[in-house]
Design a protein around this ligand. Structure first.
Ligand code: LLP
Length: 415
């Protein structure tokens, strides 16, 4: 099976087909290509042939994505009871589902423990008292301990987790907690850590260091019990800017294997973004074009409620015009802004675009990861629709919310 190019840029999508999808399904619209998800899964498998690979479903839980990664033989890493439920509903075998409990609400533990009676899940704890709470619920399934290895990385400080005290048990306390877990009868099968999200070639040293530290903890825990796996997390970055080159996955895999050494457990990885980021584009329509002394403001119908990454992390998403005559238009420099009443609601600044006109469609690239997933109804904006598009056929995966959906959960208040 083909692994396709190392990255798919927004201009690699068929502009005419995208215009057709925008006309058929309206905008803002997320378009996801399951074939590209499959290629990304294949590329990961080729680079890490022996690893236990999971997909961090938080990157995109829409059904075509979940089913595609499931069919690719990949497990599901879940951050909440809701994600565990959705992974199981999408047909992941319970044995392939991992729940990484970050400061877990009691309701999540109740739900996951009840699911564990029927499904052989793995629950990963990142704090000693989560262990007590699992014991209170008579959890007797597989257990994993998340370590805080003290080394983080990522595209932004807000997504660097490896050294953040919120995540995981401080590395030097893991062996004692492992001993306690085993003494209490838990079936301890693995260790886990995650450096952060959006690791680039520059972060390779941090990644290597994390793996070295995990291998070291694993060796110490091996005195207590034998482990099935040591999961070193996800975080593999993708290029968002046109001049950024793709991550050298083989180099990451080589560094990982070398650092893992002869650790007597399977190596686990759990990327999210890498599976889906370039398998998605966001289509949007130009509402207004306004000349100002500073710049031309191109107002579009997608904003921070549709794709929050630029507002939240200052992330760059390459944006291209889908206008049929784009090549004939004069190029201008523009700010692409959304319809939300917030200054942060800007999708891109200083963007070179063929002079946009109201009604034009634009494609915002590399929007398959943490796009729809982080969308909201702020400003009472219904969430967009999602279609799965395999290069020829398109099928609605998630319908567009309507105004009525905004108040769907409200109780009758005054007469
Ligand atoms: N494993 C754990 C425990 C995680 O917390 C995460 C992401 C992953 C795996 C997957 O990381 P990935 O391979 O997707 O980088 N909203 C941010 C990213 C937040 C990631 C949170 N955790 C963004 O849009 O960049």
């Amino acid at each position: 099976m083909s692994t396709g190019p190392a990255v798919r840029r927004p201009s690699d999508w068929d502009a005419e087909r995208l215009r057709g999808l925008a006309a058929e399904f309206d905008t803002p619209l997320y378009v996801l290509d399951p074939d590209r998800v499959r290629e990304n899964a294949r590329r990961l498998r080729d680079a890490f042939p022996d690893a236990d690979i999971s997909y961090a479903v938080k990157a995109n839980t829409t059904r075509p994505v979940l089913e595609t990664v499931r069919d690719a033989g990949v497990g599901a890493e879940c951050a909440s009871a809701g994600e565990v439920q959705r992974a199981l509903d999408a047909g992941f075998a319970g044995a392939d589902v991992r729940y990484t409990a970050v400061n877990p609400p009691a309701r999540d533990l109740d739900h996951v423990v009840s699911l564990s009676r029927e499904h052989d899940l793995v629950v990963t704890v990142g704090a000693a008292d989560t262990l007590d709470q699992l014991a209170e619920r008579d959890y007797d399934g597989r257990l994993c301990i998340r370590a805080n290895p003290g080394v983080g990385a990522g595209h932004h400080e807000k997504v660097s987790t490896g050294a953040a005290p919120k995540f995981g048990v401080p590395a030097d306390r893991v062996p004692a907690l492992a001993e306690r877990a085993v003494d209490r009868g838990f079936d301890l099968v693995g260790l886990h850590a995650h450096a952060g999200s959006g690791i680039s070639g520059d972060d390779l040293d941090a990644h290597r260091e994390l793996v070295v530290r995990m291998a070291d903890i694993a060796e110490r825990v091996a005195d207590v019990t034998s482990l099935d796996f040591v999961n070193v997390g996800g975080g593999f970055g993708v290029p968002y800017r046109p001049d950024e080159s793709p991550l050298d996955l083989d180099a990451v895999a080589d560094a990982t294997r070398a650092a893992f050494g002869d650790t007597d457990a399977a190596l686990g990885i759990e990327p999210g973004r890498y599976f889906v980021a370039d398998a998605g584009v966001l289509l949007t329509t130009v509402n207004t074009v306004k000349e100002t002394p500073e710049t031309t403001v191109v107002g579009v119908d997608a904003g921070m409620t549709t794709l929050i990454r630029p507002a939240m992390y200052g992330s760059y998403h390459e944006t291209v015009s889908l206008a049929p005559d784009a090549a004939d238009r004069e190029e201008i420099t523009a700010t692409v802004a959304g319809p939300i009443c917030e200054t942060a609601d800007v999708l891109g600044e200083d963007r070179a675009l063929p002079a946009p006109e109201p009604g034009d469609r634009l494609a915002v690239g590399t929007a398959g990861a943490y796009g729809y997933e982080m969308s909201s109804q702020y400003n009472s904006r219904p969430r967009p629709a999602v279609v799965a598009y395999d290069g020829s056929d398109a099928r609605l995966a998630t319908r567009r919310e309507r105004l009525a959906d905004l108040t769907r959960l409200e109780e009758q208040w005054s007469e």
